[in-house]
Design a binder for this molecule. Structure first.
Ligand SMILES: NC(=O)c1ccc[n+]([C@@H]2O[C@H](COP(=O)([O-])OP(=O)(O)OC[C@H]3O[C@@H](n4cnc5c(N)ncnc54)[C@H](OP(=O)(O)O)[C@@H]3O)[C@@H](O)[C@H]2O)c1
Length: 311
C-alpha cells in the first residue's frame, strides 16, 4: 500500500511510519517544524493548517491510506493556545477527510484513519464504550472531539481510532514511559498518579493494529487500547521492574496534589470489545508490550528514532 502518515516527527506518527515501511508498504511521512533524516521512508514537510498545502500533499502523493497522527497533542500547550488547538485538532481533520473523500478526478479516494483520544471522556464512569457520551474536560479534549465529529460528518466511511499510547519518540521525551525510564536511569525521584487510570498501547503495536483495521476496511469509531488498564503510578512501577530499576524513586501521589493547568480525566478505563470482535483477536495486554518496549531499548531502537532529528 502507499501510505501517507502525518505527524511523522511525533511519537505515534514516527513509529507508525517506520513500522509501515518495515511491513513493506511505500511510506510518506509528513512532519511540520522538524526535518526528518531517515532512509526508512520518504520524509516530507507541510503545514496542515495551510489548506492549499494539505490538498497539494494528497494530490502529490496520491496515497491509498492516510493515517492522520499530527495534532497539538500537548495538553498544557492547548490551554496556552486554544485557537491553535481548535484549528489543528478540531478543523484540520475535517478538511483532510473532505480532501480524501473527493480524491482526485481520476484516482480512487484514499481511506482515512483519524487518530483521536480517550481524553474525550470525563473519566468519571470508566469502562467506556464507543457509544458512551463524551464530556471533554480540557481545551485539548474539546478540540479532539470536534475533530472526530468533523471527520464523521464529512465521511462516515472514515476510521476514527481513539488511542492512548507509549513508546520511543524522536524527541526522546514525548511518552510517559520515556519519562519514567530516563528519570529512573538517572536516579531521579519522580511522581506517579495513583488515581489516573489508562490503557495504553505500545506505538509499534498500534501501527500493526491500524494496518489490520484499514486492510479489513473497517469504518467508524473504534476504541484502540490495551486490554489491560493501570494507574499511571502502577505503569511506572511496571517499567521500573522490567528494566531492573528502583521503583522506590516513584512517589505515589494523587493528580490533584500535582496542580496541572489542564484537567485530567481520572478513570479512562476503556472497553475494546468492538475492535477485538472485528479483528477476531484480543488487544495486547500490558506485560508483553512492556517486554517489547524493553526489547526495543536493548536493540538501540531509541537511538535510531532520536537520530532522525539529529544534525
Ligand atoms: N501522546 C499521547 O499520550 C496520546 C494519547 C492519546 C491520544 N494521542 C493522539 O495521538 C496522536 C499523536 O500524538 P503524539 O503524542 O504522537 O503527538 P506528538 O508527538 O506531539 O507529535 C505531533 C505531530 O504533529 C505534527 N504537527 C504539529 N503541528 C502541525 C502542523 N501545523 N502541520 C503538520 N504537522 C503538524 C508535529 O510535527 P513537528 O513536530 O515537525 O512540528 C508532530 O509530528 C494525536 O492525535 C494525539 O491527540 C496521543
Amino acid at each position: 500500500m502507499k501510505i501517507l502518515v502525518t505527524g511523522a516527527s511525533g511519537l505515534l506518527g514516527a513509529n507508525v511510519a517506520l513500522e509501515a515501511a518495515r511491513a513493506g508498504h511505500e511510506v510518506f511521512g509528513v512532519s511540520h517544524s522538524k526535518t526528518l533524516r531517515t532512509d526508512a521512508f520518504t520524509a516530507l514537510t507541510a503545514d496542515l493548517l495551510d489548506e492549499t498545502a494539505l490538498r497539494g500533499l494528497i494530490q502529490q502523493v496520491r496515497p491509498e491510506w492516510v493515517i492522520h497522527c499530527a495534532a497539538l497533542a500537548d495538553l498544557e500547550a492547548c490551554e496556552r493556545d486554544p485557537e491553535l488547538a481548535r484549528r489543528l485538532n478540531g478543523e484540520v481533520p475535517g478538511i483532510l477527510a473532505e480532501t480524501c473523500r473527493k480524491g482526485g478526478a481520476r484516482h480512487k479516494p484514499p481511506r482515512l484513519l483519524h487518530v483521536s483520544t480517550d481524553a474525550v471522556f470525563d473519566g468519571v464512569k470508566g469502562d467506556y464504550v464507543e457509544t458512551d457520551e463524551p464530556n471533554p474536560q480540557s481545551v485539548y479534549a474539546e478540540a479532539k472531539l470536534a475533530g472526530e465529529r468533523a471527520v464523521a460528518a464529512v465521511d462516515p466511511g472514515a476510521l476514527i481510532a481513539r488511542v492512548n499510547l507509549f513508546g520511543f519518540s524522536p524527541s526522546g521525551k514525548r511518552s510517559l514511559a520515556e519519562h519514567f525510564l530516563y528519570n529512573l536511569i538517572a536516579g531521579n525521584e519522580l511522581k506517579g498518579f495513583t488515581n489516573v487510570y489508562f490503557c495504553p498501547l505500545l506505538v509499534n503495536d498500534i501501527a500493526g493494529i491500524f494496518f489490520k483495521m484499514l486492510a479489513q476496511e473497517l469504518s467508524g469509531l473504534y476504541h484502540v487500547f490495551s486490554s489491560e488498564c493501570v494507574s499511571k503510578y502502577a505503569f511506572g512501577v511496571r517499567i521500573a521492574e522490567r528494566f531492573g530499576l528502583d521503583a522506590g524513586l516513584i512517589e505515589p501521589i494523587s493528580v490533584e496534589e500535582f496542580g496541572l493547568a489542564a484537567s485530567r480525566s481520572p478513570n479512562l478505563t476503556m472497553i475494546v470489545h468492538k475492535l477485538s470482535t472485528a479483528l477476531g483477536e484480543p488487544l495486547p495486554a500490558l506485560s508483553p508490550m512492556i517486554e517489547r518496549f524493553w526489547g526495543l531499548y536493548q536493540r538501540g531502537y531509541p537511538q535510531e528514532v532520536v537520530g532522525w532529528l539529529a544534525g
